[in-house]
Design a protein around this ligand. Structure first.
Ligand code: SF4
Length: 63
């Protein structure tokens, strides 16, 4: 499984991540990312990593 972590202190609410992977990331009313699925199966890793790389402030990591 791939674990997804979000640094909420860095998140600026650009929503790139939620646009790329709407089943994994959402944005709350305060404009901060919400990780909907903190673990995803390995076959989904590349897609989620690609979504994480779209974050302009590098707030997301996939381990
Ligand atoms: S792309 Fe980055 S800054 Fe934008 S909502 Fe997602 S985690 Fe936050």
């Amino acid at each position: 499984m791939a674990r997804i972590r979000a640094n909420l202190g860095l998140c600026q609410g650009y929503a790139n991540c939620a646009i790329e992977a709407e089943d994994v990331f959402d944005i709350d009313d305060d404009g901060t990312v919400v990780v909907l699925r903190s673990e995803v199966p390995e076959p989904e890793r590349a897609r989620v990593e690609a979504a994480a790389r779209t974050c302009p402030v590098h707030a997301l990591s996939v381990e």
